[in-house]
Design a protein around this ligand. Structure first.
Ligand SMILES: [Zn+2]
Length: 86
């Protein structure tokens, strides 16, 4: 299977507007296409598995699944609320 071209991605995903990971607005200059299910975890280059994200969010996600990222974020939040009480 050949990788989709940037033109294919734009047709299917539209212009980048919102990061699918953090839901904040996305400028073209900071937008990257992310594999929702990472290729290393069995994800494909199919446009159904691709979404716009901030470059920083994409790097933070690494090869995690979104559910794993949410679990990590929740765990970090719980720890921060536990240790911030003084
Ligand atoms: Zn983001």
């Amino acid at each position: 299977m050949s990788s989709p071209s940037v033109r294919d991605l734009r047709e299917h995903l539209g212009s980048p507007r919102v990061c699918y990971l953090c839901s904040l607005s996305l400028l073209q200059a900071e937008a990257v296409v992310d594999h929702v299910t990472p290729v290393t975890r069995g994800g494909t280059n199919d446009v159904a598995n691709l979404a716009w994200a901030h470059r920083t969010c994409n790097q933070a996600k690494r090869d995690l699944l979104v559910s794993e990222l949410c679990a990590l974020a929740f765990g970090a939040w719980v720890l921060s609320t536990t240790f911030d009480r003084s």
